[in-house]
Design a protein around this ligand. Structure first.
Ligand SMILES: *Cc1c(COP(=O)(O)O)cnc(C)c1O
Length: 373
């Protein structure tokens, strides 16, 4: 008996998500310490001290179930964005919301549109419910081809279009004008899930108010997370803003207590700590300049990025990734994004970025000298 055969064929066809290698795992494998992890777009500053204090306070009542309705966190979001409680859904990370949207609206055979090189979870969430993903080739420079995506969505009568802005792992950005043109040309029965996990990293002149667009485009779902700029990746908390009927449907398929109490408390505090997010943004700007200048000095091509990471092209990417591991630096191979010649590095502290760049230089020179395996 092969128990895999008990699962539907679309489940058996799923290629599991490949997360960044944890520091503890590399420590066990190599018996070294002082490892730098720039592999999962985490916040190198950690979490805001206000969020940490809120977590410590929340631990005191950990024996109690969380507020299944997440009132306080929703209320903080309602005040921040000028929406109603009924527009907000909380998730165990924003990943949860991507899956919940898929589960609420898709049945086997439904079509879903996303871009090539887009965040891997869109395909996973689609496949997990037996829907059919349509991956639209990217434009030159690896960005989403919104015109082609719009056509694919209409031609195939797609139920959901996933858009990442900025996208991970490419870091590419879509302007407010392009996004609005995309929404304008789409019938209201096609849902658009705009994933803004890196929204807080956008420079002032690229910012746009997608929440305001929800009035005009009731098919728009916006997802955001506390994992990236807010530094709470380990806690798992994110949220979606959507039309109240859309929220209602998503709410029906979530676990009753999908966001734990510590996470709810931390997220409220994190949302208030505006100066921490600002500090994070500024550190990222400096780090991005440091890393991209370093890559340029090494003669490497990179994709200009609007996130807290950057993808760069390098010959023998897999071997380079492994060599960097041996040198105590964990970054991310992205061959599973159909980018086999590329690696993605997250922006860290200045010292971490420097360690990455010097390890990369060393790895390249060793390869040139033929010492590499
Ligand atoms: C990291 C990331 C997310 C979700 O992260 P969570 O930790 O689940 O909130 C969503 N979308 C993109 C594009 C990401 O890179």
């Amino acid at each position: 008996m092969n128990y895999c055969d008990l699962a539907p064929s679309y489940i058996r066809a799923i290629a599991p998500y490949q997360p960044g290698k944890p520091i503890s795992e590399l420590e066990r494998e190599l018996g070294i310490t002082g490892i730098v992890k720039l592999a999962s777009n985490e916040n190198p500053l950690g979490a805001s001290s206000a969020a940490v204090a809120a977590m410590q306070e929340a631990i005191k009542t950990i024996a109690l179930y969380p507020d299944g309705n997440g009132f306080e966190l929703k209320d903080a979001l309602v005040k921040r964005y000028g929406v109603k409680h009924a527009n907000v859904t909380l998730g165990n990370g924003s990943n949860d919301l991507l899956e919940l949207a898929a589960r609420a609206f898709l049945t086997p055979g439904d079509k879903v549109v996303y871009s090539a090189h887009a965040f891997a979870v869109y395909a996973l969430a689609t496949q997990a419910v037996g829907a059919t993903g349509i991956s639209v080739p990217a434009v030159k420079g690896y960005g989403h081809d919104l015109k082609a995506m719009q056509k694919a969505a209409k031609d195939n009568k797609a139920k959901i279009v996933f858009i990442a802005n900025p996208n991970n792992p490419t870091g590419t950005f879509l302007s407010a004008d392009d996004l609005q043109a995309f929404l304008r040309g789409l019938p209201p029965e096609i849902l658009v899930l705009l994933d803004e996990a890196y929204n807080e990293y956008l420079p002032e002149n690229k910012r746009y108010d997608s929440v305001a667009w929800m009035k005009q485009y009731p098919n728009l779902i916006i997802s955001r997370t506390f994992s990236k700029a807010y530094g709470l990746a380990g806690l798992r908390v994110g949220y979606a803003l959507a039309h109240e009927q859309v929220s209602d449907m998503i709410n029906r398929v979530r676990q009753p207590f999908n966001v734990n109490s510590v996470a709810q408390a931390a997220a409220v505090a994190a949302l208030r700590d505006v100066s921490f997010v600002k500090k994070t943004f500024e550190l990222n700007q400096r780090g991005m300049a440091q890393i991209t200048e370093g890559l340029t000095k090494l003669g490497l091509e990179y994709i200009p990025s609007f996130g807290n990471f950057v993808a760069f092209r390098i010959g023998g990417a897999t071997a380079m990734y492994r060599r960097l591991l041996e040198l105590g630096v964990i970054i991310r191979p992205i061959a599973n994004y159909d980018m086999a010649d590329w690696l993605r590095v997250s922006i860290g502290l200045e010292s971490e970025n420097a360690k990455f760049l010097s390890a990369l230089e060393k790895a390249i020179s060793q390869t040139v000298n033929g010492e590499s395996k």
